[in-house]
Design a protein around this ligand. Structure first.
Ligand code: ATP
Length: 235
């Protein structure tokens, strides 16, 4: 069966700075995959290449369609939702307004989607009128994910969701990502510096080094790999 997302020999750059040098990877339908790597390895750029928010070349296909020439908005409409690093909620708007914005690419009633989101994040209903900027870091990250899934994506791109959060909150966040994946079959490509938690959540992982995939395979195998252990797991 063809993968849901396929990247083949993807290059990307910021002006004269080349950030990706031929990245190839796949995410299966309903799969959670992880991209690991040190600072500056190209993890964020890989997600930006998928959502077409960086200059890139190479083949990128989603559900059998090429994303190469599509606008970022067209890519969202096809079913790819991107939660950027640093949360990306609108601080001045309420929780409820943030959620409604997440559904802007869709027509029709969003009642069912608000219900789906409340099932995954029960606290959201109680805080619906609170300004997003006054939520805790963990709540803001959850709201960013909740807003993304209002668009009913088939693939969720998560950029460093654990950044700056306490370990317990990180576990809760990944529990919810797993629940979303199991309940709704949403595929996830998560970029993480926290290799431990990412390898627990994902079935497949890719290790990026200097804009290239240095290693890839089933998470369980990468966990046993000596260089992954030394460089990313710290034991
Ligand atoms: P981090 O964990 O620090 O975000 P990363 O693995 O996500 O790291 P990228 O942000 O994708 O790495 O960066 C890849 C390379 O591209 C780095 O060399 C970085 O300095 C460069 N880069 C990233 N953003 C820009 C930009 N806006 N302008 C110029 N160079 C950039």
């Amino acid at each position: 069966m063809a993968a849901l997302l396929e990247l083949e020999d993807v290059h990307a750059r910021y002006g004269a700075v080349r950030a990706l040098h031929g990245v190839s990877l796949e995410v299966g339908e309903k799969e959670i995959a992880a991209v690991l790597g040190a600072n500056g390895a190209g993890k964020t750029t890989t997600l930006r290449a998928i959502s077409n928010t960086v200059r890139r070349s190479g083949a990128i296909r989603f559900a059998g369609k090429s994303l190469t020439r599509r606008t970022p908005e067209a890519i969202v409409r096809l079913g790819v939702a991107h939660v950027p690093e640093g949360r990306g909620t609108f601080a001045e708007l309420t929780v409820d307004e943030n959620l409604r914005l997440g559904a802007y690419t869709r027509r029709g009633s969003i009642k069912d989607d608000l219900k789906r989101v409340r099932e995954l994040f029960p606290w959201i209903e109680r805080r619906r009128d609170q300004q997003a900027g006054t939520l805790s870091g963990g709540e803001q990250q959850m709201l960013a994910i909740a807003r993304a899934i209002m668009a009913r994506p088939r693939l969720l791109l998560l950029d460093e969701p654990s950044l700056g959060l306490a370990p317990l909150i990180v576990s809760e966040l990944f529990r919810i990502v797993n629940e979303l994946n199991e309940r709704e079959g949403t595929a996830v490509l998560v970029v993480e510096q926290n290799a431990n938690i990412a390898l627990d959540a994902a079935t497949t992982a890719y290790v990026l080094e200097a804009g290239r995939v240095a290693l890839s395979g089933p998470s369980a195998e990468l966990r046993e790999n000596d260089s992954v252990r030394r460089s990313y797991l710290g034991y």
